[in-house]
Design a protein around this ligand. Structure first.
Ligand code: NI
Length: 180
């Protein structure tokens, strides 16, 4: 297991469409281990592989609040097969867009088809926060971020802020090198 670096906005890799997993093998299981360690370490409730720079359709999630009741969930090649007309709003955040939260309206209930760590197919119904979270993560593997669901004005503002922060961090690094 290893703690991996989480890509942040405006990293272009966050916009890539991830590839389906062909075979659930030891490599995928090791990736999932790293993803859990990284997600719990952040801490966060969901993480897609592309957020650690791996373009595979793998998602991990844990909606339990306390550490002693961990409920790790793994979704390989998740696919939304049905969504309710009824919508619900949740305040969303993202480990790739730290400390930024906005209300997003999404279908309140969805059906999700996916493979488990043994390569077995499942289809489940998710509702409420669970539905929001799985839709947020499936968006990630399609190169979509939750800020794509908010107004253009707000989105442009947050993207600008993160571009500025990334430039400042880069300048900081260069300055240190010059100093040395
Ligand atoms: Ni996210």
């Amino acid at each position: 297991m290893a703690l991996r670096e989480i890509l942040k906005l405006p990293d272009k890799r966050l916009r890539l469409v991830s590839e389906p997993v062909k075979r659930v093998d030891a490599g995928i299981r090791a990736l999932v281990d790293d993803m859990f360690e990284t997600m719990y370490g952040a801490p966060g409730i969901g993480l897609a592989a592309i957020q650690i720079g791996v373009g595979k359709r793998v998602v991990v999630m844990d909606l339990s609040k306390k550490e002693d009741t961990h409920k790790p969930l793994v979704f390989i090649n998740p696919e939304i097969t049905w969504e309710s007309k009824e919508k619900s709003s949740h305040e969303e955040g993202c480990l790739s867009i730290p400390e930024y939260y906005e209300e997003v309206a999404r279908p309140d209930e969805v059906k999700v088809k996916f493979l488990d760590l043994d390569g077995k197919t499942h289809e489940i119904t998710a509702k409420g926060l669970f539905a929001t979270c799985i839709q947020h993560e499936v968006d990630h593997i399609n190169g979509v971020l939750f800020i794509d669901h908010i107004s253009k004005l707000k989105r442009d503002r947050v993207i600008k802020k993160f571009i500025k922060a990334a430039k400042a961090a880069k300048a900081g690094k260069t300055a240190k090198k010059v100093e040395a």
